[in-house]
Design a protein around this ligand. Sequence first.
Ligand SMILES: *Cc1c(COP(=O)(O)O)cnc(C)c1O
Ligand SMILES: [Zn+2]
Length: 371
Amino acid sequence: VAKRLVCSSCRKSYAVREPRWRCQCGSLLDLEFLPRFDLLKIEDRPPSIWRYREALPIEEDGNIVSFGEGFTPLQRLTVAGKEVLFKLDYLFPSGSFKDRGAALLVSKLKEWGIRQVVEDSSGNAGSSIATYCARAGIECRIFVPRSTSAAKCSQILACGAQLHRVDGSREDTEQAALAAAEDTFYASHVWNPFFLQGTRTFAFEVCEQLGWRAPGTLAAAVGNGSLLLGAYIGFQELMQARIIDRIPRLVAVQAQACAPLVHAFDKGTSDIPPIQKQETLAEGIAVAAPRRGRQILEAVRRTGGCFIAVTEAEIQESLMEMGSGGFYIEPTSAAAAAGVKKFLLHHTPPGPVVSTLTGHGLKAPPRQFAP
Ligand SMILES: *Cc1c(COP(=O)(O)O)cnc(C)c1O
Ligand SMILES: [Zn+2]
C-alpha cells in the first residue's frame, strides 16, 4: 500500500515524497499507510521506539534521527484504592513524551532534505524539536509564549536553537511561527502528521509490555491531543493486525482553567466552543483552540470514554503526592494523575488502567521547594 497524505477536509491526497504540512485548502493532513508488525522481530530488537521499524514510515534507515529513545517503564501505583499502570514518559532524552513525535518528524525532515525549520510550542514540543534538530544538524527557530518555564527556554537555547519569546497567548505564538514559516518549513507538532506517527509508539509499547494485550482504559492529559490521538491510531492498527482484540476506553484530562474539549464533550457538539482561558499550572495543556479537536472528541466518543476537568488545587495536590512517592514530574503531568484519581473515585473502568507521566519535574521545578 502506497503511503499518502490525505486531507481531513477535502480528501485531496499527496505523495509523501514532497515536504508538506497542510493541504492546499488549508486543512490538516493525515498519513495513510499500512504498518506491519512482526512480533518475533520486534522482541529481538533493542528497547526503543525503533523496534517497531516496519510500522514507522521512514523510508531509509540512514535518515533515522535517534538517541535510542523509548520503551519507557510501566510502573504500578495504587490510586483511589485501585491499580494504575503509569508509563514513565518523562524519561525521554528531552524530558517529555514529545520525543516520540519529534523522533519521527525530524527523521522525516532529514529524509525530505530540509535544512531549516520553525516550530511553536508551550515549551516541551519546542525543546523536543530543538533536541532532535540538534542531533540531525537542522537549524531551528522555536517560538514560545513569554510565560514558558525558564528551564524549557534554557533547554531550547542549549540545543543551539534560536528562541523567540512572544508576548501574548499560546495562540499569538502560533501566529508568529506561521508568519516565520512563510520562507522556511513549519515543523509543527500539531499540524504535521509525522509527529502523530511517532506518538503511536505509545500504544505499541504499552500493548507489548502487557504481553500484547490492550489496556481496558487509557487516561492522559490532553492539550492538542497528540499523545491521545497517536495512541488511538496505534491501538486501531494493532487491532487491525489482530494483535489486540479491543480499543481502550479513552479518558482525556484537561485543566478546568482551559478546558475547551470538556465543554464540547459536555455539550455533545463536535465544534469546539471559544473559551476564556485562565492561568493554569498545567502549561503543557493550556491550549484554548486545539487544531485536532474534532478528531480528539470523535476518538474519545467512539471508545465510550469521557473527559475530565481538574482544578488547580487538584493538580497541585497531585504534584505533591507524586513527588513524595519519588515521581518528580512537571505540573502538566500531575494533571493526568489528578484526573485518573478523580475518575477512579467515581468509576470502576475496565482494567488494566494505564496512564502516563508525560514531563519531567526539572522542566518546571515547584517554587515552594526553592532552597
Ligand atoms: C504537550 C504535553 C502534554 C499534552 O500533549 P498534547 O499532545 O498537547 O495533548 C502533556 N504533558 C506534557 C508534559 C506535555 O508537554
Ligand atoms: Zn484539503
